[in-house]
Design a protein around this ligand. Structure first.
Ligand code: DI6
Ligand code: FE
Length: 412
């Protein structure tokens, strides 16, 4: 008698498990002809079919009929709560004005800040719904959402509360991140240091005390904040017990990734201009290198992140949508998997690692989700595909048979 099997609430039988578990030595960590059982939202048993007697299971039995089961997809970098839209800038950029020029002229992020400030929490939630639903419908089960378009204590809190309220309506795991250091607010024009001090002394401690964010992020770039300002934010985040993330080396090399790594950041994101010293630092700290091919594509960039060198140093890579109104208004993680392969040269297996296991680590969730392993969350996707490579190969149709969140079938 197998008591774990006996105890399962549900068990999927005759499945091909693309576990993405590094301990399973096969492409995609694939286990053919297996069963996987769940209880209380967690995976409790993974077993070859021939080793179990299904009659011992008192729970619901679901026949996967040979289909492929993967971990739920994880979008570890989004700005999906914001007001308004910036198609006017899109047109400007197509006519030759650069993203940085628009930003310096007071457009860009600050345009969205004005639109976001003018909305209520409810208004923000309303506008964000279709974006979140698009991600969840294609199999995303964990989403990170950043603040960063409020830039006052009140408006940043409004964004983070909107994220929490929005999350309560849908079956997915939310991780939220305070990105108050996204741009210098108009009120602090020419006094960025004073704004950084406000973030460190007031915003970070308050957000941590109220449990409104899991991590802190900063845009470390010539058009935003310097590496020494970034370091102050990392110290404050560390003191508050929050995770550290950074937008770094997107448009130039400011060494933000290297500094973030020295504070054991969960992830460093963008990285087109990352150099070898930065990569060595990431390797040492175990920080995830998050690539955002949608922003690279949408801004028409040409400098690619150093994927081959990241591979050589075995730095784990994540892929995320960066969903935002300025540099990537594309609400699809599946598209990012395809772009990660086509634009940056990832393999389809790396693309799936980058949106499951490595994305979980980029959110400090490596122990609880991101692979099909006993003890992890039962966030799983059953696909009508022959090969896991199809998830990166194809885009536009979603061959999803079942979306399972915390052990429950969960259509959005
Ligand atoms: N880098 C980005 O790609 C987004 N934020 C950032 O720091 C862009 C945000 C925007 O343009 O609204
Ligand atoms: Fe971003």
């Amino acid at each position: 008698m197998n008591s774990v099997l006996n105890d399962c609430e549900k068990i999927w039988i005759n499945a091909q498990l693309a576990t993405m578990d590094p301990q399973v030595e096969a492409l995609y960590g694939l286990l053919r002809n297996h069963s996987i059982g769940v209880k209380n939202g967690q995976i409790t048993i993974i077993s070859p079919m021939q080793d179990i007697n299904i009659d011992e299971c008192h729970g619901e039995i679901i026949d996967a009929d040979g289909s492929i089961l993967t971990p739920g997809l994880i979008d570890s970098h989004t700005h999906l709560i914001y007001g308004g839209q910036r198609s006017g800038e899109f047109t400007q950029r197509l006519n030759g004005t650069s993203y940085a020029e628009i930003s310096r002229a007071g457009g860009g992020i600050l345009a969205t800040v004005a639109a976001t400030r003018s909305l209520t929490e409810g208004g923000l939630i309303q506008q964000a719904r279709p974006r979140l639903e698009a991600l969840l419908n294609e199999g995303v089960t964990t989403v990170e959402i950043k603040s960063g378009y409020g830039l006052t204590l009140t408006d940043e809190l409004k964004m983070l509360r909107a994220a929490k309220k929005l999350a309560a309506d849908y079956p997915f795991r939310l991780r939220s991140t305070l990105l108050a250091a996204h741009a210098i607010p108009p009120e602090f024009h020419n006094s960025a240091d004073a704004y950084i001090e406000l973030i460190c002394k007031e915003m970070i401690p308050l957000v941590a005390a109220e449990g409104l964010a899991d991590a802190v992020d900063i845009f470390c770039e010539k058009i935003a904040f310097s590496s020494s300002q970034s370091e102050k934010i990392f110290v404050a985040a560390e003191n508050a017990g929050l995770g550290i993330k950074v937008h770094a080396e997107q448009l130039s090399n400011s060494h933000g990734a290297e500094i973030a790594a020295s504070y054991s950041a969960w992830s460093v994101d963008h990285l087109e201009y990352l150099d070898e010293a930065g990569i060595k630092a990431l390797k040492k700290s175990g920080t995830i290198a998050t690539l955002l091919p949608g922003a690279f594509y949408f801004l028409g960039e040409t400098k690619k992140p150093p994927v081959e060198l990241l591979r050589q140093y075995q730095v784990p890579m994540a892929l995320a949508s960066d969903l935002n109104p300025g540099s990537c208004p594309l609400a699809s993680l599946r598209l990012m998997m395809n772009m990660g392969c086509v634009l940056f040269g990832l393999t389809p297996e790396e693309a799936l690692q980058a949106t499951t296991r490595n994305a979980a680590s980029a959110l400090g969730l490596g122990e609880s989700t991101g692979t099909l392993s006993v003890g992890k969350a039962a966030d799983m996707l059953l696909w009508n595909i022959d090969d896991p490579a199809q998830l990166a190969y194809q885009f536009g149709a979603t061959p999803l048979l079942q979306r399972i969140f915390a052990g429950e079938l969960s259509h959005v």
